[in-house]
Each structure stands twice: as C-alpha cells, then as structure tokens.
Design a protein around this ligand. Sequence first.
Ligand code: SAM
Ligand code: SF4
Ligand code: F3S
Length: 446
Amino acid sequence: MDKKVFIKTFGCQMNVYDSNRIFETVNKIGYNKTEKYEEADCYILNTCHIRDKAKEKVYHEIGRLKKSFKFKKKPIVVVTGCVAQAENKEMLSREPYIDIVIGPQSYHKINEIIKSYAYQKKKEEITDFDTIEKFNYLSKIKNNNSNISSFLTIQEGCDKFCSFCVVPYTRGPEYSRPFEQIIKEAKELIKNGTKEIILLGQNVNAYYYLDKKRIFRLSDIIMELEKLSDLKRIRYTTSHPKDMTEDLINCYKNSKKLMTLVHLPVQTGSNNILKLMNRKHKIEDYFSIYKKLKKINKNIKFSSDFIVGYPGETDQDFNDTLNLINNIEFINSYSFIFSSRPGTKAANLKLIDEKVTGERLKIIQSKLFESQIKRNKSLEGKEIEVLVENQMKDRFKLFGRTKCMTSVIFEGEKKNIGNIVKVKINGSNQNSLFGKIKLNQDKKVA
Ligand code: SAM
Ligand code: SF4
Ligand code: F3S
C-alpha cells in the first residue's frame, strides 16, 4: 500500500534539515511525501521551543488535526523536535491523540518506533541523547535533497548555556560530526544539483573534530568544500562570537566561495547585559571581529540576533544596543522580546514592564528596518550577482539570493536556475530586491 507522510516544520534551519532527513528515513519503510495533511497516514510535527507559546502551538495544531480526521481513520501522530525533547512523556498524557514523541537526538529510531506502533499500538516516548548513533545511522541514508541551496548539519547541541536559552537542554551537549561524513554528504548534495551549501550548527563555529591526531575546524570544512568545482557558494550559521577564531577569519581571505554575510548574533550592545546573559563575550570582542573582517574585505556585511527586555535591562543598556547598531551596519537581522523559558537560568527573573519592552522592540526594529530599506534602495540601478534558486509560484519570475542573502525576484528564463547571473536591480523594499536578468551573459559568472 502507498503510505503517505506529512511533515510540518517549525523553528530554525536545523529543523528544516532534520525534517528532510526524517522524510528520507521514513521513506525507507514505504512512506511517500504528501503536501496535503488530510491524506496523511503518518503526521509528523517537528517543533521549536525557543520562545513563548511554543508548546501551546503544538497542542493547537494537534487540535486542528483531530477535527479534520474526526470522520476518518486517524494518522499515526508523531511529535519531534525541541518541544518533544522538553515536554517528553507529558505530551502523551496531555494529548492522547499523540502516539509517538521523539527528541532531536533519537531520529535514527523513528522507523523502528513507527513500525512497532503500527503493529502493537503501543505509545512511545524517546528522548535520549544518542547523537553519535543518530549521525552514524543517518549518514548511511543518502541525502537526496536536490535544492539549489541546501542545509548540511555539521555540529549540533550547545555547551554555552546562555541564561535565556533552551537549546542546551533540547539539543543536548555539543557534538561535531566526523569530517569525512560531512564531506561525503556535501558531495551527495552537489551530485543532486546543489550549488550552495549552508553549514549548520547551533554553534557552528565551535565545530571541533579530532581524527588520528589531526584537529578539524569549521575552516577546514570550508576549505575542503572550496575544492569541489560544482559548488558555487558556502555559508554557515549560527556562529558565536567566542568561536570566531583566526583560522575562520582567514577563510574570508582564502576562500572565493565563502559568502560575505557574517551572521553573528550579539544579542545586546550592553556589556552588563551580556554578562547577565552569560554570553562569554564582550562588545569589545565583537568590534574586534568586525574590524578584522572588514580589513580583509570591506564588502563583508554583518547580521545579528537581538534580544530586548532581558531582565535588568535599563534605558542605558538599551541605548548601548542602539549605539552598537549606529556603529555597525547590520543587515538581514532579527530582534525578539525576551521570552522566559522554563528550565533556563533566566526563567524566574523579574520581567521588565511589557509596555517598555514593546516600545524598545519597536525602536530597535524601526532602526534595523530603516537601514535595511536604505541598503536595498542603494542597490537600485546596480548589477548584482544572484544565485538563481527557483521559479516563483506565478511561473513568470525567478527567485535567487545575493551574496549577502537578500532575496531577489526578477525576470529571467528558467534555464538559469542553478547559475550565478547578473541582475539589474530596478526596485526594492525592506526584504527584497526586484530586477531583470542582464541579457547576453555569454560567460556565466563563477
Ligand atoms: N546559537 C545562536 C547564538 O549563539 O546566538 C542562537 C540560536 S537561537 C536558535 C536563535 C536566536 O533566538 C538567538 O540568537 C536569540 O536571539 C533568540 N532567542 C533564544 N532564546 C530566546 C529567548 N528566551 N527569548 C527571546 N529570544 C531568544
Ligand atoms: Fe543558545 Fe547561547 Fe547556545 Fe546560542 S550559544 S544556542 S544562544 S545557549
Ligand atoms: Fe527551535 Fe530547537 Fe531550533 S528550539 S530554534 S528548533 S534548536
């Protein structure tokens, strides 16, 4: 029988990568992908726990699912991801419609559990941290992703324990995949047509793998990927300022394929708050990285994540963040109001007045958006290099990204998908650039 699986994904890029790997795994036991959840025999909800209401969102989704299947045979309902890890057994008792709960480091067991559930109807919860086995198992299943831009997890988990963050609890301790395993998977992706690889890790630049007395770092992966001729672009995310080592900084000198956007979350511009957050870096360190990279290539741009309203944040602390934004031009950045997460060090701290945090978010976002709009506007009239990723749904336009990850929507022929082309920009808004492919590009831009 043709069985169908529907996977809904919340959260970060790693969850997107995981959902693809989960699909390739369940495909081995006969599940084909469906985009229509109503026809699913197996419904997988891959969840995120990073901010407030994550848990409620999951129960809400299950409630909707229940309604749709009221008069039909119920699918096997599987909850994966960071809420699964954090809530574990409780999910099965709170919502009997859920059949299986699997944490992020136990995905290699998913087929066994689904098969056993289908046979015995025994509900199961697995939230062990079996990261080594997981990657060993998954590395034997071919990564069939054929996107032009593909994610590749090289490192998982976190040992930094920032006081606001659930990740060390939901993803477990830092683990770096073996170097050869990563390169093999990269080659599979490139063979499938991938032209850009985005190396992933919760602390991607903490990557550290020791093999026969040789130490491999993120810089080694970048320089190895550099050699693969069909690969055009390399990116990595998310990095931590503390692990921006010289070898990685030097990659911006030595690699032609490493893109010029550095996503380096700073969270706040105040040293007091950085300390309270247990971030393990100071603003001076951040500036020093910024200066070193700008010295190598002035076209390098920075993007960041900001948290406003961390408990104890004074007007002065907030002004320090605004000053930082005045001094460093951040593009494509994210800002969030502090969200108290159960189990973290900051969980029980006294919250700042909601009105104040709301106001601060508005101020920071208007600053970030303003500089984003200004930057995009400054590109109007210019020709820029774009890696063409796909055709827009309307089928008239193409979609691609600049070196700095900005979306570009433009007129051009489908045959350009997978190529780096020059696009003449004739319009822009906060998030995107618009334009037309430059005709007669006799030579593809490498
Ligand atoms: N590892 C990355 C780093 O060191 O910055 C961050 C990973 S986290 C998935 C992505 C972003 O979510 C963080 O950079 C932070 O800005 C935000 N975040 C994490 N926990 C948060 C919380 N409790 N409240 C608000 N934002 C949070
Ligand atoms: Fe969370 Fe901090 Fe680890 Fe990033 S470095 S994942 S913010 S604990
Ligand atoms: Fe969310 Fe887990 Fe990613 S909490 S942001 S899915 S690591």
